[in-house]
Ligand binder design. Sequence first.
Ligand SMILES: [Zn+2]
Length: 368
Amino acid sequence: MSRLSGYWYAPLNSERFDAALIVTAGQYRLAVDDTTRLHGQFNDLDISDRTGNITRRIRFSDGSLFETEDNDAIDEILAQSTHKAAHVGLFHRMESSWRWVIVGVMVTIAAIFSFFKWGLPAGSGIIARSLPVAVHESVAAGSLQLLDRFWLEASSLSETEQADIQARFETLISGIDPQGFNFRLYFRKMGLPNALALPSGEIIVTDSLARLVDPPEELDAVLMHEIGHVLERHGMQQVIQASTIALIATLAIGDVSASADLIAGVPVFLLQSNYTRASESSADDFAFRELANQGIDPANFATIILKLENFSRPIQKKKSQQEADSRSLEDRTDDTADKADYLSSHPASAERAQKALEYSAAHFKPQS
Ligand SMILES: [Zn+2]
């Protein structure tokens, strides 16, 4: 038996009585001056939630009210009962404990981190793969013209050089399942040796890349990697992912113009080809497999990616050297910052080359 003391307010009456609520084996009895005024099932009582040590109110079906400050005793009775408010005590205990508050904050941070790290890329990937090719084409529509207007120049490769590469490209395409994509190759001039793929299947090769490759199988390796990006819908995945982040930022900050900037920035974004490491590695795997299928040694991927890395490194060095020269002596010590930045923007070329060599050794049979 549990006994709670408090006050009882009769229905439609502001008069207050000293009262006791006695609970025994799932039954309650409200007594005023030892006279039972009300009785019934404990589970039928309407009990207010606990908030700190604020007076608890128990409402009866006749509209009368019992008030008590004996919060702990109510929680104890609730804990032993099947009353629907029994769980509230647990929430109160969680709220009042800093340990639970810290756990709550950590779980929230982990959930947000997991969303951006895994949930968003996975979700964007699923959406990107479920969209028809026509949607990929319309997202990329106009991108090449924009790139031409601002970043790319007409190729200076001879017609013969272009025709040779075009023929190799068509051979590569004929050996894969294009999944409805209309693959096209474009030749353009830009500072760095580079290749990029638009989500529509338009692939751009720069003159400096075409001149860097030797033997031509190295270009096949780069092209197959770009074809992999298209077929695995990495461009669209990145666009969806970046748009979602922009949308969330817009909702959080309340600046709608930010999302318009993002849509306008799609071609820039594609030019930077900021794919995730997971996307790069997946396009690499596609390239190794398909190259080997077509009798082209995936080891060509290893040699060209190392050449590309060596090509970009002196430029990086030159740039930081110029910066260093213009700096005063005392702040020349932060070269490590340049190095860290370089590594984060060039994820593990050596590792990717190693994987190509391993794939070649394990799966490639030279045709004699
Ligand atoms: Zn790539």
